[in-house]
Unconditional design. Structure first.
Length: 214
């Protein structure tokens, strides 16, 4: 995927979170942001699935929890994120996707980043009209023959997302970290909006750009 002019002008390194409703293309944009900034796209869901698939000790622990119908406890998720952010490729920043999900996880992340002297710079929230997303996902499910992915099930996932993220969004809004981006449109359009919004907030702006503007 070629970079747009907006993306080519971005300096490397940033500490970011991304949130967005199911169907808004969050995973695609997360990978794109990671490539643009030269930072790892850290998805807790992907990490869990990797370990489960490969039958690691961690994977067995997570699988037992999920099979029992329980949520993975904050302590285990925090442990995984801590270990991932200690890896070399996260030295200049990271993009967290799927974490934090609870207020307790937010507080844990605060402490972790404070110890590292690496405060969070921004939280990107992809915003999209719920009815448009439901219509899009319902059409996709029909085209792909996924009979179990009913409109009711899709709507339920949207409602769960809204309910779970609302408290977190308010915390980050109060801290001045929240950046809302229109999540509807093609991949390039949304990617350009994200890049422009981050640069407008002074994130990813090279020192030479700052000097030229002053």
């Amino acid at each position: 995927m070629s970079k747009t002019a907006a993306e080519r002008n971005i300096a490397r390194g940033a500490r970011l979170l991304i949130v967005g409703p199911p169907g808004a293309g969050k995973g695609t944009q997360a990978k794109r942001i990671g490539e643009t900034f030269g930072i790892p796209d850290v998805s807790t869901g992907d990490i869990f699935r990797f370990h489960i698939k490969n039958g690691t000790e961690l994977g067995l622990r997570v699988k037992a929890i999920v099979d029992a119908g329980d949520y993975v406890p904050d302590s285990l998720t925090n442990e995984i994120v801590t270990a991932r952010l200690e890896e070399e490729d996260a030295a200049n920043g990271f993009l967290l996707d799927g974490y934090p999900r609870t207020i307790d996880q937010v507080h844990y992340l605060d402490g972790l980043l404070e110890k590292k002297g690496q405060p969070l710079e921004a939280v990107i929230r992809l915003v999209a009209d719920q009815e448009e997303i439901i219509a899009r996902l319902s059409k996709r499910a029909l085209e792909q023959g996924r009979a179990d992915d009913t409109e009711e099930a899709i709507r339920h996932r949207q409602e769960v997302y809204a309910r779970e993220t609302a408290p977190l969004v308010e915390v980050f809004r109060e801290r001045g970290l929240l950046i809302d981006v229109d999540g509807l449109g093609n991949v390039d359009e949304v990617g350009d909006r994200i890049s422009a919004a981050l640069q407008a907030a002074g994130i990813g702006v090279a020192d030479s750009d700052v000097a030229a503007a002053s």
